[in-house]
Design a protein around this ligand. Structure first.
Ligand code: DAH
Length: 356
């Protein structure tokens, strides 16, 4: 009797340990626990039957049963630890951070097409010795018009419908958003001549910046646009200097072969005044829709600085002469890239902007 009971316990233990060897998951292990150590397991059955066993045999069998139970429990704990270790290893391998993967690309911004062309124009003039002078966007009527020889009510103001700023009591000198970069000519000349009123230094500057006009917006006109003004003042500056400088500018911007022509024009602040055209680079001068069949494209206004303007800037017109010019940046950008609608510039449509 004792022997059979002890053998049975050996078998129970043996069978359980073998089954444990085949367990590969935590769920499997829980199933094993229920089968081999649970309430209705063979081992628990052996404990239950102890009562039916003769008293003197009980201790030996009871000891063996307890021994088998402890053995299976510690085998269970070991197996559980081993399974946890395996699972950890699996996730460590599977979820490993691969730092050799390239990062996500950042969307890089770029310069607005107007800014690109402005910088190109500024570089060209810088090479010719012009410095950049930054003037203000908010002006007075005096600087924007009067000192440039547009008296109040002068008809030439009609071309520059303006955004006035409500400023009570300002009379004939209200504030406004500058309609062109030309008022910077007066500000610069006054600044330079104030330093040395009897012997003002020569001036060779460009004045880039935004201008504002009260326009009916359409494909050709916007309420804001950039200009680059130029001003050279000194002794013995002539119209030949103006022509030479601006023709050279056109060659540097549009290519050495480009043809230029000067047409007489009118601006109150220059005398004589002109507009410069380049030969249409779309049709080579034959005539096409871009040049409106003239073969020429207008790119800037220019002229010799009017004596009154020199005087207003603190430069004696008996001694000094000068030339000035004004370039429409968006106009040049439109010609350059065949942009047909000026509203694209400030429309903030990435599909447009990303093309430059
Ligand atoms: N200020 C003029 C405009 O906006 C452009 C211009 C023409 C500027 C002739 C000049 C110039 O300096 O000489 O229409």
């Amino acid at each position: 009797m004792v022997e059979t009971q002890l053998e049975l316990l050996d078998q129970i233990e043996q069978g359980a340990l073998e089954a444990l060897g085949g367990v590969t998951s935590e769920q499997g292990l829980e199933g094993w626990r229920v089968t081999h150590l649970g309430r209705s397991s063979p081992l628990m059955g052996a404990f239950d039957r102890l009562g039916q066993i003769p008293k003197e045999e009980r201790p030996a069998i009871g000891r063996r049963a307890n021994e088998a139970k402890r053995l299976l429990e510690s085998a269970l704990a070991e197996k559980a630890a081993a399974l946890r270790q395996q699972a950890l290893k699996r996730t460590l391998l599977g979820d490993r951070l691969d730092i050799t993967l390239p990062g996500r690309p950042l969307a890089r911004g770029r310069l607005h097409p107007s800014t690109q062309i402005m910088r190109q124009i500024q570089r060209i003039f810088a090479e010719m010795g012009f410095q950049v002078y930054r003037s203000r966007d908010v002006e007075t009527d005096e600087y924007n018009f009067q000192l440039l020889n547009f008296p109040p009510h002068h008809p030439a103001r009609e071309m520059q419908d303006s955004y006035y700023i409500h400023s009570p009591g300002s009379g004939d000198n209200p504030m406004l958003l500058r309609t062109h970069t030309s008022p910077g000519q007066i500000r610069a000349m006054r600044e330079y001549s104030a330093a040395n009123p009897h012997n003002p230094p020569p001036v060779r500057i460009i004045l880039p910046g935004m201008c504002y006009r009260y326009e009916q917006v359409n494909a050709r006109y916007e309420v804001q646009f950039n200009q680059i003004e130029g001003l050279a003042v000194g002794e013995e500056i002539t119209f030949s200097d103006l022509k030479g400088t601006l023709s050279d500018f056109a060659r540097r911007l549009f290519g050495q072969k480009v043809l230029t022509r000067f047409r007489a024009s009118h601006f109150p602040f220059t005398e004589p005044s002109a507009e410069m055209d380049i030969e249409c680079f779309v049709c080579g001068g034959a005539g096409c829709p871009v040049c409106k069949r003239t073969g020429w494209l207008e790119i800037l206004g220019c002229g010799m600085v009017h004596p009154v303007v020199l005087q207003n800037g603190g430069y004696d017109p008996q001694r000094y002469t000068g030339y000035a010019f004004g370039i429409g940046v968006e106009r040049i950008t439109m010609l350059r890239y065949r942009i047909e609608d000026i509203r694209n510039f400030w429309g903030n449509d990435l599909r447009f902007l990303e093309q430059f």
